[in-house]
Every structure is written in structure tokens, then in C-alpha cells.
Design a protein around this ligand. Structure first.
Ligand code: ZN
Length: 263
């Protein structure tokens, strides 16, 4: 009952995007579709059991392993149409609570993934004893990091550390998945900027494209990394929406639509 209330509060708070799997009136069938998908072994390890943050975490998430698996399936349903798609296999997710600075980050590769979540960040997020706010933040951060485990990566343009386009796409998609699943509050969208800024600035734009240009946009955008090589934002846009579209013109259209540019 308590959990149901929490989830309800989260949906109301966040205003789940039409782009998310759950708002297509097929919530049941989508969860059925992914129910048996092997998301990998999830190993939860509390490396900071003496901290206040750890205590709070266990209170809001009593069964971390099944909670992480549930969110992994939400990520998969956002990025892919079905378990038969080309999904990078994940064999193991080692999720740790750690008493360190920062928020959360994904490490590892080839399906052997590590994700840490900072107990210091948990304590900061729980500053006003607001359980719903902390649960909301924890889920949002987890959706972002899990996207890194399952998303496809651009090819032919270098790597996350060497190419800004690669980086902006990877981080933009992780926040787009978080946004599409109602993982940010109503005022989280940054004003202005450019999609090359990655993270939320790019993420809200990608979700806008999904809501306004093609309801399958996020899945097609993820998949475009297999089909557009070398990958580019404009190449992917033309591949998905047609040659008449241009990434910078779409960005301007989006900025006008959301009221960041007055014309
Ligand atoms: Zn990230």
C-alpha cells in the first residue's frame, strides 16, 4: 500500500512523458514482454553499512536486487521494442553503496557492470526527511546509470573520452530514458544551451522529438548507432525522420516550442 502511494506520488510529481512505455496503454503487455528477459545477475553490496545514508537506503528500498532488476526492465522497454532486438548482453551488475563524494556512476564494460551510489548523496537528498523526494531521486539516478549498461554506442567516431558527439549522445540518452520514465521533477529542464551539452539539455530535446516527431524516436535513435556509421547527430536524424530534417533546425524548433527562444 505504502509503495503504491509512493509510485502514484511519483507519477503525479513527474508527469510521465508520452514517450515512456507505460503511457501507451500497453503497460501490462510491455512488462509481460520483458518479464522473462535476463537482465543479468544483480549483486548488491553495501560498502558503507555504518553510514546514515545506508540506513535510509535500506528503509526505502528493502529489496535492492529486485528493485534494480525492475528498473532495468523499464530502461530496456524504453530503449528497445522487444527482447529480440540487438541488445548488448549484460551478465552482471555489481551495485554498491559507498561512502564517497559524487552521486552515482557506472563502470565496467562487456556486460560486466559496476554502479556505485553515494551514501553522502543519499544523506543530502534526505535533508528534509522527505522520503518521497529521496525515493524519486534514487530511482532517477538508477535509471540514468542503468541506461549506460544497456544502451548502444556510436561507432566510427572514437570513444566516450575522446569524442564530444559520442559523449553528448551517451549522456543525453541516459537522461532521456530517465525523463521518459518520469525520473525528473517538473522544473528539471535546463533552459537554452545546446544538445551538445549532453545530459538533461540533450535528454529533454530527445524526449521532445519522441513526443512530437516520432513516438519510436528514442528506440530508433539508440538503434541508429548500428545503422549510421560513422555516427553523427544529423546523420541519425535524417536516417530516422527523413532527409528534410536537420538537427540544428530541430533544436531551434524545440527551443521555440518550449519558450526558450522568442520569435
Ligand atoms: Zn551518465
Amino acid at each position: 500500500m505504502k509503495r503504491k502511494y509512493l509510485l502514484y506520488a511519483i507519477c503525479v510529481l513527474a508527469g510521465i512523458s508520452a514517450c515512456s512505455a507505460s503511457k501507451k496503454g500497453q503497460g501490462e503487455s510491455i512488462s509481460d514482454l520483458w518479464k522473462r528477459y535476463d537482465v543479468g545477475i544483480v549483486i548488491f553490496e553495501d560498502k558503507a553499512p555504518q553510514t546514515k545514508g545506508s540506513d535510509i537506503y535500506h528503509r526505502i528500498i528493502p529489496d535492492a536486487e529486485s528493485y534494480i532488476k525492475e528498473q532495468a526492465r523499464a530502461v530496456l522497454a524504453t530503449l528497445y521494442s522487444s527482447p529480440e532486438d540487438s541488445i548488448p548482453p549484460v551478465s552482471k551488475i555489481h551495485y554498491t553503496l559507498e561512502d564517497i563524494d559524487g552521486i552515482s556512476a557506472k563502470g565496467g564494460d562487456h556486460g560486466d557492470i559496476t554502479i556505485f551510489y553515494s551514501t553522502r548523496h543519499i544523506e543530502t537528498s534526505f535533508a528534509n526527511n522527505d522520503t518521497i523526494k529521496l525515493f524519486f531521486e534514487t530511482r532517477g539516478v538508477l535509471l540514468h546509470e542503468l541506461t549506460h549498461a544497456y544502451q548502444l554506442e556510436p561507432q566510427g567516431i572514437g570513444s566516450y573520452g575522446t569524442n564530444r558527439v559520442f559523449w553528448a549522445f551517451i549522456e543525453g540518452m541516459a537522461d532521456a530514458v530517465r525523463i521518459a520514465n518520469g525520473g525528473f521533477g517538473p522544473d528539471a529542464r535546463p533552459k537554452g544551451g545546446n544538445y551538445m551539452d549532453g545530459y538533461r539539455t540533450a535528454g529533454y530535446f530527445f524526449v521532445w522529438l519522441c513526443d512530437n516527431k516520432d513516438p519510436e524516436f528514442l528506440r530508433k535513435f539508440n538503434r541508429s548507432t548500428l545503422e549510421v556509421v560513422p555516427w553523427s547527430f544529423d546523420g541519425a536524424i535524417k536516417h530516422i525522420l527523413g532527409d528534410q530534417y536537420n538537427i540544428d533546425e530541430l533544436w531551434r524548433e524545440y527551443q521555440i516550442a518550449v519558450g526558450d527562444i522568442q520569435v
